[in-house]
Every structure is written in structure tokens, then in C-alpha cells.
Design a protein around this ligand. Sequence first.
Ligand SMILES: NC(=O)c1ccc[n+]([C@@H]2O[C@H](COP(=O)([O-])OP(=O)(O)OC[C@H]3O[C@@H](n4cnc5c(N)ncnc54)[C@H](O)[C@@H]3O)[C@@H](O)[C@H]2O)c1
Length: 329
Amino acid sequence: MKHIALLGAGRIGQVHARSISVTQGARLSAVFDVNLAAAEAIAQQYGCKTATIESIEADPDIDGVLICTPTDLHAQQIEQFITAGKAVFCEKPIDLDVGRVKACLDVVSTKKGQLMVGFNRRFDPHFAAVRKAISDGQIGMAELAIITSRDPAAPPADYIRRSGGIFRDMAIHDFDMALFLLDEMPVQVSATGSVLTDPEIAGLGDFDTASIWLKMASGKQAVITNSRRASYGYDQRIEVHGSKGMITAENQRPISIELATQEGFSKPALHDFFMTRYTQAYAAEIAAFISALNGSATMNPTGRDGLNALLVAEAADRSARTGKIIDIG
Ligand SMILES: NC(=O)c1ccc[n+]([C@@H]2O[C@H](COP(=O)([O-])OP(=O)(O)OC[C@H]3O[C@@H](n4cnc5c(N)ncnc54)[C@H](O)[C@@H]3O)[C@@H](O)[C@H]2O)c1
């Protein structure tokens, strides 16, 4: 049995607490949040204890730590718990600054630590099937990936303020997906951003609408569009065009039916947000972390994947703010 501690009992912390509870061979043993009521609620729901950072660090029975705190705490907490000999699963992004991520990954490497980064969409069965079809050569050479990712609504201002902006916070999932699907880093990034949904977002120095274009060394391309507002739910689609065909993953619905009447065709609404759309992916992601902890697999996505996606996010942010195409070395 692997004993797991959770840091941060907010939106994603609650999702992962549930995933641990459905993962064989794993048990949520401790939870810490500066908001004691949030930690208490998880402790009660899953029958674990509330703890402090120091007690988790010192507890020899804790094998792994899930870091689900705000982004600006991740790098320091990764270093702290890797140094304490715990395996770490950390939510994306590792940090907002590329230099800080590199320093953190150096610590992980020096300590020979185990680190997995939370790019949950790789574990979505539909997107994983797209990746497998590409690797199996079913569309020949993949040439162009088109990724649509729209949230139903923007997060609160306090979250946006600490998030690093739409490219590092939201589009980073799509950058990781583009790299995962095309299996290559971009050499050029071009992006444009606007504020169309809420002027408060402009006041925070962020965008709510973005289009990004990535060009890989081989010439393969990815086009990503993002919005913080989709009136019809959580819009998550992928299309990859290749030399011998095309593969798409359409939106998923909680209820998969289509009604046909005289008036036309209609389908139920989309999932409302990531907690329900990616339930299976989150469970598979945590199961993969536990497998790696048991030694039956390696930790994947890696810290390097976290750094690669952040390098693209930083370039996209720079491109949107300067209007220039950014070369990635
Ligand atoms: N992979 C995904 O799909 C996904 C989805 C949402 C968020 N995230 C990432 O997860 C992280 C958290 O996001 P969220 O939406 O859950 O935020 P949130 O604000 O809902 O939750 C963060 C929690 O951390 C707690 N916290 C703050 N400081 C702390 C500290 N020093 N020690 C312990 N707990 C502390 C807060 O009280 C809060 O309960 C962010 O880095 C975000 O980018 C990932």
C-alpha cells in the first residue's frame, strides 16, 4: 500500500483526493491546506488525517506527495519533498519562470528524485487513442495538429493574478498536447491575444482569447485556439492531419445521445468543466503515478515535459505582447 499526502485542497486537490480513493494500492493518508476548513472537509470525506507541511515531510510512512497548491509554491515544495525522499506528483506548471524550473529540476536530478507533472490530458482515453493512432502510422506522417480548448468561464481574479496568464496557466495543457501528438519541440512560436469577455482580465494584464501557431523543426505545425468563455460548456477538441489521413477527437458529453425530430438534430450539453470532462484522465494519471511509485513504470510526464511546455508558453506570451514571431533555441 502506498501512502499519499495531499497539499492543497482546492479545485484540483479535491479531484485528486477522489482519484486516490479509487486507485488500488494507494491510500490518502494526510492532507494539508492553509485553509483548515478545506483540509478538514477532505480529511472527513476520505478518512485521513489533517497534517502540517513539516509533519508530512518527517513522516516515514508517506511515500508520495501530490502538490495541488497555487503555482507560485510548486517549485519550492517540489524541492522540499524530493529532498525529504518523497516521490512527487506536481500540478502544472512547475513554475512561471523557466530559470526557476531549471533550478528545481536540477535539485530533482541531483537527489535522484521521482517527479511527475500533471498533464492530465495525455491520460484522456480519446486523446491517448489519437496519439496511439499517430504512433501506429495510421495517418502516415502527422503534419498539422489543430487543438481547440475553451473554458466555460474565467477563474476568479485572485486566481488569474497568481496564474501567470492564459499561456502559462491554460494553454500550457495545449502546448503539452501538441508536443505529445507531434513528438517534437517547436522552433518558432507566434501568438496573439485579446480581451473580449471581461475588462477585469485586461486590468490584470492578461488575455482571455488567444490563437497560437507552432512550427516544429521538421516543418510540422500546430494551431491552438483558446477562450476563457464558451457559452455552451467545456469545449475540448483535437484534429490531426497526416500524409495518409486525419484523426479527430470530438467533444465528450456526460450523456452520449443524439435526438432527431422534425425540428432537426440535437445532442445533450457538453461537460461543464475539467472536473467532469477529465474524470477518467485524472484517475488514470494518479494510477500511473502509483504504478511508477511501485516501480512498474517510470514517472511520465516528466519534469522535462513540464519545462518544454513552459518554454512554449513563455514564447507565446512574448509573441502576443510584442507582435513578433519568437524563435525557440
Ligand atoms: N491539471 C489540471 O487540470 C488543473 C486544473 C486546475 C488547476 N490546476 C493547477 O493546480 C494548482 C491549483 O489550482 P486550483 O484550481 O486547485 O486552485 P484553488 O485556488 O482552487 O486551490 C488551491 C488551494 O491551495 C491552498 N493553499 C494556498 N497556499 C497554500 C500553502 N502554502 N500550503 C497548502 N495549501 C495552500 C488554498 O487554500 C486552496 O485551497 C494550480 O497550479 C493550477 O495551475 C491544474
